[in-house]
Design a protein around this ligand. Structure first.
Ligand SMILES: [Ca+2]
Ligand SMILES: [Ca+2]
Length: 195
């Protein structure tokens, strides 16, 4: 019996961890850093046809050499400017590509809903190169900005250049998919027990 539960635990943990894999939503293949002020830079996007789960919030690290001061990052709902989650990204946080990511309590962004992920550039350079990649999880609608040294909901319409903010997310597994997986596992365990 114990062996069966051990097998189930291993398979189940592998199944669950496969769903924890998350990727950066935006990418800057050829960034070019610049600063003339501190802005709250917002990247406006609409979630696709499936809810997504956010794992970490990220900030562009020009030169990959850390920040002069921690960078505040948050995600706002666009319809009412409600701040869903925020954190600060520090120079010691994990570097993936040219963004550093700080952990937040995982949260859900709803399908077909518009949000802004916002980062405050402070004394760190923001990006000025228009080249970018965008995950298939979202559709991007350009930038918003407000001159600020603190995290605020940006309101001025900017261009299409991706400046500063990013996040790690993946699709929320549908309950149906999860259920089928559990039934499959149960079948495997029962078959082994009958032997
Ligand atoms: Ca997390
Ligand atoms: Ca830097």
């Amino acid at each position: 019996m114990k062996k069966h539960f051990a097998i189930l635990a291993v398979v189940l943990s592998a199944f669950l961890s496969s769903n924890v894999h998350a990727d950066p939503v935006f990418g800057l293949p050829t960034p070019s850093g610049f600063t003339n002020n501190s802005y709250a830079w917002g990247e406006l996007f609409t979630v696709g046809s499936e809810d997504i789960r956010v794992f970490e919030l990220g900030a562009f690290d020009d030169g990959l050499d850390g920040f002069g001061a921690d960078v505040a990052v948050g995600i706002y709902r666009q319809s009412d400017g409600f701040l869903l989650s925020s954190t600060t990204v520090s120079s010691t946080d994990n570097l993936v590509g040219n963004f550093r990511y700080a952990d937040v309590a995982d949260f859900i962004l709803s399908a077909n809903t518009q949000y802004q992920v916002v980062a405050v550039s402070g004394n760190e350079n923001y990006n000025t190169n228009g080249a970018k990649t965008v995950s298939s999880l979202v559709t991007r609608q350009g930038s918003r900005l407000t001159v600020s040294t603190t995290l605020v909901f940006p309101t001025t319409v900017g261009g299409d250049t991706l400046r500063m903010a990013n996040f790690n997310a993946n699709v929320v597994p549908e309950p149906g998919t999860f259920g089928v997986g559990l039934i499959g596992l149960a079948a495997v365990v029962l078959r082994r027990r009958k032997r």
